[in-house]
Design a binder for this molecule. Sequence first.
Ligand code: ATP
Length: 248
Amino acid sequence: PTQTTLLEVNNIEVLYNHVILALKGVSLDVPKGGITALLGGNGAGKSTTLKAISNLIHSERGEVTKGTILYDGRNMVGLDPADLVKSGVVQVMEGRHCFEHLTVEENLLTGAYTRNDGRAAIAAELELVYEYFPRLKERRKSQAGYTSGGEQQMTAIGRALMSRPSMILLDEPSMGLAPQLVEQIFEIVARLNREQGVTFLLAEQNTNVALRYAHTGFIMENGRIVMEGTAKELRENPDVKEFYLGMS
Ligand code: ATP
């Protein structure tokens, strides 16, 4: 069966500060309705790839100097991040980025800023987020800055969900979280994918957990894609085992 490609990145280069070539021709495709993992070590270029897609790269003095990024067949290089959210693509930044002084619920509501379909629809969305993250419902009146790392990660994902996205770019969801919590977050990602049809592209250094939940994956090294395949193919690949799964 042929899968529809939702996002197609073709040979992009990214330059920071006009001098640092962080991506040296990256191509990848994200099947609609799937979970795709972008793997690799520190500084490989995973975050840069996500930020190039969401066009958040500009705020860090970076730019896409070559290549195309097609979402649903439309080129989105240079598109304003707010317009991207309207077209269904939203990024959850590495390090969670909650508004620390707002409550959990206020944080979630900020995610609905591009919507204009009324309060009832937004309230329904909030209930949906609480259904997937019951913990956030319990903590909804708490100031986000005082919630745990896991709760902040949940808030960041919940906030993204409030825009009713087709695709979520998730940067390093496991970062700084205890293994059990990482598992919980990935379980919820898998459920959102299955039950709500949300497509995920997630950057992860934790190859092990990512390849257990993703359907397909790409491995980056030094600004390039060096390997790609189904999650199963990658899990069974001897090089991946040796260098990324730590079991030679
Ligand atoms: P990490 O998980 O550590 O974030 P990564 O795979 O996401 O790693 P990137 O953050 O995309 O890697 O970094 C890729 C390269 O680009 C690195 O060499 C990094 O030093 C460089 N880089 C990243 N952000 C900037 C920036 N704002 N200005 C200049 N160089 C940057």
